[in-house]
Ligand binder design. Structure first.
Ligand code: GLV
Ligand code: MG
Length: 311
């Protein structure tokens, strides 16, 4: 298990093209909780092989503070995956937290990556289990198999929805992925969001929404990302520094929510420990053990986001 990064926040997950020295150099300065250096769809096919060394150099030479650091390799249905993983993991050393596997269709694909990582870790002197896995669900088959995928390896840390590839996979007639469709009466991805969330939570994973491609429309990003936030997602991809700032806010509790949650935890502790009651009135609301659980989630997320209880 990859202990360092498993519980770190991932409100904003910055995508950085691995073939661009300029974007790689800038990435550590962007206020994102997690950064992934991409060898997949943000890199042109004829740049894929050369990008591996650029990504390794960036991981080794730049200062990534304590954020989650990940590399997205190419999917198993290409010819690049195994060499991506071997070159990146053996070259990067311990600072690399995770490998992201795109277009995961079955649990076997995660198991294959897990086995390969174990051999590389042994040969490189890394602790076995050091490198975590982030799996992207972006095809109809991947969604059907998401429950087995989420249970496929103890290395898994997150499950991610990839709306652009997913729209293509299911032949949805849209030309921009991951944005609202005004013609559709409701949330066209509600089922998908919920199914991935259940599978992730049932296996203790963080659950992440993918990119919002209208990068010049911050208001639309704020509004759209609220859907995933309200369902319980942990974070979302950022394609620009401005998107990361918005997502850090959207995926954090407000100070008011955080304080309110703490008040519930505290009132329930007094009720159970001092007064020996299992439920008690809190303002005009009845609270019990389930209320404590809900409040604790806000407290944990708030603390992960750096909030402290108001005096
Ligand atoms: C992300 O990879 C997506 O396809 O949306
Ligand atoms: Mg994709």
């Amino acid at each position: 298990m990859s202990e360092r990064s498993r519980d770190l926040p991932r409100r904003s997950c910055l995508s950085t093209p691995g073939s661009s020295e300029r974007f790689l150099a800038k990435a550590p300065t962007v206020a994102a909780d997690m950064t992934f250096l991409d060898l997949e769809d943000a890199v042109a096919p004829n740049e894929k092989v050369a990008a591996r060394a650029k990504v390794v150099e960036a991981i080794v030479k730049l200062d990534w503070d304590d954020r989650v650091l990940c590399v997205r390799v190419n999917a198993w249905d290409t010819s690049w995956t195994y060499e991506d993983v071997i070159e990146v993991v053996s070259g990067s050393g311990p600072r690399l937290d995770e490998i992201m596997l795109p277009k995961v269709q079955s649990a076997a694909e995660v198991v294959a990556l897990d086995l390969l990582l174990t051999q590389i870790e042994r040969n490189c002197g890394l602790p076995v289990g050091h490198v975590g896995i982030e799996a992207q669900i972006e095809t109809a088959r991947g969604l059907i198999n998401v429950e087995e995928i989420c249970a496929a390896s103890p290395r898994l840390e997150t499950i991610i929805f990839g709306p652009a590839d997913f729209a293509a996979s299911i032949e949805m007639p849209v030309l921009t992925g991951g944005v609202a469709i005004p013609e559709y009466p409701g949330d066209h991805f509600h089922y998908v969001f919920s199914k991935i969330l259940m599978a992730g939570r049932a296996n203790g994973l963080q659950v992440i929404d993918g990119p919002f491609l209208k990068v010049r429309d911050p208001d639309a990003l704020r509004e759209f990302s609220m859907r995933a936030r309200m369902l319980g997602y942990d974070g979302k991809w950022a394609l620009t520094p401005d998107q990361a700032l918005i997502l850090n806010e959207v995926f954090s509790p407000t100070q008011e929510q955080f304080d309110h949650a703490w008040d519930i935890v505290e009132a329930y502790r007094v009720a159970t420990e001092d007064e020996h009651k299992g439920s008690v009135m809190f303002g005009d609301e009845m609270i019990d053990e389930a209320s404590r659980k809900m409040a604790t989630k806000f407290v944990t997320r708030g603390e992960r986001a750096g909030l402290r209880r108001s005096a």
